[in-house]
Design a protein around this ligand. Structure first.
Ligand SMILES: NC(=O)C1=CN([C@@H]2O[C@H](COP(=O)(O)OP(=O)(O)OC[C@H]3O[C@@H](n4cnc5c(N)ncnc54)[C@H](OP(=O)(O)O)[C@@H]3O)[C@@H](O)[C@H]2O)C=CC1
Ligand SMILES: Cc1cn([C@H]2C[C@H](O)[C@@H](COP(=O)(O)OP(=O)(O)O[C@H]3O[C@@H](C)C(=O)[C@@H](O)[C@H]3O)O2)c(=O)[nH]c1=O
Length: 283
């Protein structure tokens, strides 16, 4: 198994669960040089490839659309073409930010997309390129990823909650926080299934933690779990202006992955407790 990514949240959880896989960091395969990714696949000739790397800085992507496109769209396209040549599957990870966030119902895999910013648009372009490549593939769309590693909302809240008495947090964006370890586990189940069943088709699958809630309520849960007590004030998205707009409705309908792979939505509250323990905060 060949994994693109070494330092990110997902890559680090994958490494803990699949230590025998080969992990390629930026110095071995730079996704801003898509051909280097295709070459890495041809050189390693793995049974299966997982792409756990991406340009994930949602606001910075607005200023760096060309790099975001290379990393999130052109590199996955090159990986997919190399996988198609070798006849091996590609597992790729995408995001709730491919949607426009309208309505209040969970989105399934057939719902129309409509990204609000460069990050979501480039991730969507990556999905389309993989689908058009002819490679066997699974694209796992997930949301609001957190872990003890790297940068994420949980770690930001643990830092700010220890520094401040009062935080204003958007309460009109609703989604499912997802522990990175659960994504890693899901990908490994999918990898095993795709390898064991060579005729099984892939496609897009939604996978997010449950239950859905707002960022503000998520912050409250983080503070309660960590034994911190800043006041959390609900604000609308307009009260927290950012270069990239975020979808208001990030709820993902995850029925398909349950039906096809037997994978259920994880309860993020269990993952949160562990991340807070691992981050050395709370009870
Ligand atoms: N984080 C989230 O909330 C969400 C993430 N996703 C998706 O999940 C996947 C995993 O995300 P996550 O683990 O959180 O991401 P992280 O931001 O934690 O890590 C991103 C990884 O991509 C690598 N990377 C970025 N640019 C390049 C490059 N040019 N060449 C090589 N490697 C590069 C980084 O390496 P380096 O350390 O060298 O920069 C890092 O290992 C991504 O596809 C992401 O789009 C989906 C929904 C939510
Ligand atoms: C720090 C902070 C954030 N916010 C808001 C901003 C934003 O709407 C929300 C989350 O902020 P973040 O910048 O951590 O989240 P963001 O980087 O938008 O997270 C996204 O990352 C990409 C990679 C994805 O694919 C998405 O699924 C999602 O996880 O919280 C506040 O309202 N107050 C605050 O003090």
């Amino acid at each position: 198994m060949l994994v693109f990514g070494e330092t990110g949240q997902l890559a680090r959880e994958l490494r803990l669960l699949a230590p025998d896989a080969v992990f390629l960091g930026r110095s071995q395969a730079d996704l801003s040089d898509p051909e280097s990714c295709a070459k890495a696949i041809r050189d390693h000739r793995p049974q299966i490839v997982i792409n756990a790397a991406a340009y994930t800085a949602v606001d910075r992507a607005e200023e760096q659309p060309d790099i975001a496109r290379l990393v999130n769209a052109d590199a996955p396209a090159a990986m997919a073409h190399a996988c198609a040549e070798l006849g091996i599957p590609l597992l790729h990870v995408s995001t709730d930010y491919v949607f426009d966030g309208s309505g209040d119902q969970p989105r399934d895999e057939t719902c129309p997309t409509g990204p609000l910013g460069v990050y979501g648009a480039t991730k969507l372009a990556g999905e389309a390129a993989i689908a058009a490549s002819g490679a066997r593939h699974v694209i796992l769309r997930t949301s609001w990823v957190f872990s003890a590693f790297g940068a994420n909302f949980v770690k930001t809240m643990l830092r700010l909650g220890a520094e401040r008495d009062r935080l204003t947090i958007v309460a009109d964006q609703i989604g499912g926080p997802t522990p990175a370890v659960d994504i890693a586990q899901a990908l490994l189940v999918i990898a095993r299934t795709m390898l064991a069943q060579p005729d099984r088709p892939g496609g897009i699958y939604h996978f997010s933690g449950a239950p859905d809630l707002s960022w503000a309520d998520f912050a409250r849960r983080i503070f309660a779990q960590a034994g911190l007590s800043p006041e959390v004030v609900d604000i609308p998205s307009s009260g927290y202006p950012t270069p990239a707009r975020r979808p208001a409705n990030s709820r993902l309908d995850c029925s398909r992955i349950k039906d096809d792979f037997g994978i259920s939505r994880p309860d993020w509250r269990k993952g949160l407790a562990k991340v807070i323990r691992d981050a050395g905060v709370g009870a």
